[in-house]
Design a protein around this ligand. Structure first.
Ligand code: ADP
Length: 471
């Protein structure tokens, strides 16, 4: 059976409160009672001693107890609820004051009513103490004092103990009530946002990818959960958006050229067209493009699948980048563009050379594809705060804000780049990002439509960057 958070918290809170008070109560009760009981017993003994002294003083060796003496001893017996008997050395009873029976009955019944709430006092037990009757240090007989244990618990003492217990009981009740209120308040504070988050999560699960949680919580863990759920929603929404684009991109990228090829081949078969060399060349180019696309897809799948098996080695990154710039120069020139470099020399890194080359190659190809005539692309390499930074900056067509978050996703191509018919498949940046991240680096983009784009790759210090001078 699943118990709600509110109930669970309330039970835990009440149990803790109850146990704390009971334990504190039992301990403090025990301490107070043991001291208090000792005090009462000592007091009782002192009273008994006083009675013994009085009896000894009132006793006359020849005449025994006078009438007045008996009356005085009886007053003691009455007020202290004592049975008093005095015997001579032969065991003859000289005095017997016994008002105890009736008094103690009254006392006991009095006590019983009080004892309902007062479990620490046991029902009375009769006890007798024997003392010597002495005069001038001479033993003349025995004084027997009988009493009920409870007789020395006078009413004031009983009231004190009862008040103590009552106040303990009252504090238990108040603390439980407060505990209940606080636990309900606390659990509501926790469970309320959780319930709302669950509703949001369920909406997302049921396909409403726009659903977001707007709940505000001061509890850190709950706030983290809200952020995570919202992030999950955003990611799913993006993925859904991409999936839709992917479907249309796939058909656009593969079906269109295949259909073209098919209709052209049909025209040749129907003898409408001559299979001239020019036509065959265009077929060949189209097939080449499709093969390249499939290969790129395959590459990417492999990169992601194997989580990149990097074969790292020490190499001079500055030198490699210079070489790439040189190889791109003619291509840029042919398109009325220019490429320049600002490469800090002798930067040795420990990375997968071919894969890093591929990243830079992809970025420079993009700048080439997405630049306007007369445009300039700059490739720079520098060390900043120990990190290695590679930057590709162009002043080409730029990327719109709406496309920017998606350009690293596979098959994503902005509408403008599609119009340019660059022949790209929207995979180059995905591959670049996968490789950079496999090297524990980051790739960021800054772009403004019609003004240009800058890609910045950063490899951290820890990524075994070594300067040539240090080898
Ligand atoms: P593609 O093969 O289409 O170039 P990429 O993954 O390399 O695929 O790039 C994805 C998209 O990002 C491109 O279609 C283009 O819209 C945009 N893009 C990438 N680099 C640039 C750039 N330097 N300037 C403008 N747009 C760019």
């Amino acid at each position: 059976m699943k118990i709600s958070l509110t109930l669970k918290l309330a039970i835990a809170f009440l149990l803790t409160t109850f146990l704390t008070i009971v334990i504190a109560g039992v301990i403090s009760n025990y301490m107070i009672y043991s001291k208090f009981d000792k005090y009462l017993i000592d007091q009782h003994k002192a009273e008994e001693n006083k009675v013994i002294d009085t009896i000894s003083n009132l006793f006359d060796e020849t005449n025994g107890f006078s009438k007045d003496s008996v009356a005085e001893i009886k007053r003691y017996s009455d007020s202290l609820n004592l049975f008093i008997e005095v015997k001579d050395l032969d065991g003859n009873v000289l005095l017997n004051v016994n008002n105890l029976q009736s008094d103690s009955n009254m006392m006991t019944s009095n006590m019983h009513s009080m004892m309902n709430n007062f479990s620490s006092i046991n029902p009375s037990q009769y006890s007798e103490d024997n003392y010597n009757l002495t005069k001038n240090n001479k033993k003349l007989g025995t004084i027997i004092i009988g009493y009920y244990d409870s007789s020395y618990f006078n009413n004031a003492a009983l009231n004190f103990k009862m008040t103590l217990n009552k106040s303990l009981l009252l504090s238990i009740l108040i603390a439980l009530l407060l505990g209940l209120i606080i636990s309900i308040f606390l659990s509501k504070q926790i469970s309320k946002p959780l319930k709302k988050i669950t509703i949001t999560a369920n909406s997302i699960r049921n396909g409403d990818l726009n659903a977001r949680s707007t709940v505000y919580s001061k509890t850190k863990e709950i706030d983290d959960l809200i952020q995570s759920i919202n992030y999950l929603g955003e990611t799913l929404e993006k993925q859904e958006h991409l999936r839709k684009r992917l479907t249309s991109d796939m058909s656009h990228e593969l079906r269109t050229p295949l259909t073209n090829l098919k209709s052209q081949i049909e025209a040749i078969l129907d003898k409408v067209w001559e299979p001239t060399e020019e036509i065959m060349n265009s077929f060949y180019e189209e097939v080449q493009r499709l093969i390249k696309l499939v290969e790129q897809l395959n590459n990417l799948a492999r990169l992601e699948e194997t989580n990149l098996n990097l074969s790292k080695c020490n190499f001079d990154l500055s030198y490699e980048l210079e070489k790439i710039v040189l190889s791109f120069k003619p291509l840029y020139k042919n398109n009325s563009l220019d490429i320049v470099s600002e490469i800090a020399p002798n930067i040795i890194v420990f990375m997968d050379k071919d894969k890093i080359r591929q990243v830079v190659f992809n970025l420079l190809s993009n700048s080439l594809k997405y630049s306007k005539a007369g445009g300039i692309t700059k490739l720079s390499l520098k060390i900043e705060k120990g990190n290695t930074l590679v930057e590709v900056k162009d002043n080409g067509i730029g990327i719109s804000e709406k496309d920017l978050p998606y350009i690293f996703e596979r098959f994503y191509r902005s509408d403008i780049s599609r119009d340019k018919n660059t022949g790209g498949a929207g995979i180059g940046l995905t591959i670049a990002k996968t490789i950079v991240e496999a090297h524990k680096g980051t790739i960021k983009v800054n772009s403004k439509l019609n003004f240009g784009t800058t890609f910045v790759i950063c490899f951290s210090k820890e990524n075994s960057v070594i300067k040539k001078a240090e080898i």
